[in-house]
Write a new protein. Structure first.
Length: 239
């Protein structure tokens, strides 16, 4: 595999508060990599920085070896990075169709966009049934599916998912992760911040544990399940 994303010595601050303190990770093409850690560890900050929504004060971000720090978020979407933020942030007053189409605003090929809309409705059949409805009328699980479909309409190489299972029923979460597995067979790479440590380790090829802005553990998921201090690192006991 080749490296798709390389993050090296990343430092991000909000005012005088350091949120990330020298974070380094790498993601290969076709991988599903998880970021886990306690609340306030910097997980969402990391995803937002990769997506161009935060500007680091130090470090490097490389997409296929090319620096991307300083590029506008819309440019990064065009370059292949899509973020599904925590809380979904769909447009409730717009229809499901309109929300999905918003994900393709950086694309020009009408036929390809039409084909991808049909693909999204195949991946998420409930969205087909709700296609003309206002997005604000959807359930939480349906809104999460819509947020993912919208992000996928940008035809990303790297999909960033921030807490995709938050507040959802286990059966819906299972269905979402089955979809992620299906998408990976088509070449998509996924970086997911996940609230459920067990869910993360079942789904991911590799995982990083982020604690107070630093990576404290990393490795293949099956290996991390055997690490004696993995739970302590996740809950914040490792420094």
């Amino acid at each position: 595999m080749s490296v798709l994303l390389s993050v090296d010595d990343l430092h991000v601050s909000y005012g005088g508060i350091a949120a990330l303190k020298g974070v380094s990770i790498s993601i290969d093409d076709g991988e599903l990599v998880a970021i886990v850690g306690p609340n306030g560890a910097g997980k969402s900050t990391l995803l937002r920085t990769i997506a161009g929504l935060n500007v680091p004060r130090q470090g490097s971000l490389l997409l296929r070896g090319k620096p991307i720090i300083g590029l506008a978020p819309e440019r990064l979407v065009a370059d292949g990075i899509s973020l599904v933020p925590e809380g979904r942030h769909i447009f409730g007053s717009l229809t499901v169709e309109e929300n999905i189409r918003l994900g393709a605003t950086t694309r020009t090929g009408r036929l390809a966009v039409k084909t991808d809309i049909e693909r999204m409705l195949s991946l998420f059949p409930i969205l087909k049934a709700r296609f003309r409805q206002r997005a604000g009328q959807l359930s939480g699980g349906e809104q999460q599916m819509l947020a993912i479909a919208r992000a996928l309409m940008a035809a990303p190489r790297l999909l960033l998912l921030d807490e995709p299972s938050l507040g959802l029923a286990p059966l819906i979460v299972d269905a979402l992760y089955e979809t992620f597995t299906e998408l990976r067979t088509g070449g998509l790479t996924v970086l997911v911040v996940e609230q459920s440590i067990r869910r993360a380790l079942r789904a991911a090829d590799r995982a990083y544990v982020l604690h107070t802005g630093r990576i404290v553990l990393s490795g293949r998921s099956e290996e991390l399940r055997q690490v004696d201090n993995f739970d302590q690192a996740y809950f914040g006991a490792v420094t």
